[in-house]
Write a protein that binds this ligand. Sequence first.
Ligand code: PGA
Length: 249
Amino acid sequence: MRQSLVVGNWKMNGSIEANRSLIEGIKQNITSVKNSEMAVCPPFVYLHQIRELLKDTSISWGSQNVSQRDSGAFTGEIAISMLVDFGCKYVIVGHSERRSLYGESDELVAEKFAKVQSAGLIPILCVGELLEEREAGNTETVVKRQLDAVLNLQGIASLEKSVIAYEPVWAIGTGKTATPQQAQDVHAFIRGQISALDAEVANKVQILYGGSVNGSNAKELFTMSDIDGGLIGGASLKAEDFLAIGQAG
Ligand code: PGA
């Protein structure tokens, strides 16, 4: 049995006060979450605050991005060593907003994935197709290309210490969730690709679904056999909704 994992991607949201009240709300009822590991990924500047608030809890934290470089003259970038300093467990790489709004290529995402693992943290590799790509019947081709970039650089064994998040771009922040079967089909495809190279790794790797998951639809998504939890945007900003998703795991 793979452990269920529910990760909140706060994106560019939050304030010192709002974060405090959100985390307090989550902590208050965290015992209602029986089967999921819970994690939050705030903006970089709040990692210090989040570490203080979460240090004696079962809730993990991580970041939404990282530089592919180690240190030096890269204005505005954040190094993996800094994320280690702040106790991050996870780092999201290749979120579709990074790919589409900031031009991150498959190769760059793979370099970031490698950088995260080199520091002993766990990359959450996001993959997923645009609406046009789905409508053209190219979902599997796109997801395979995104996955292959990591496999080519890091090899199959690297996936054992990673998490994959399948996020159809048309479902992110739109309120339009993939049906459980649509999501399951792509999750099974991803696991099948991995299994063709190493069945044991395929069996272990957690594959999360992301895209308009909320307290009402999480259960039916998470009961699908290849869906091991969720990467949650909007609904992770409300304690009650985030906990309800955790309870569905
Ligand atoms: P959403 O975002 O839950 O708001 O659709 C998911 C994500 O982008 O990770």
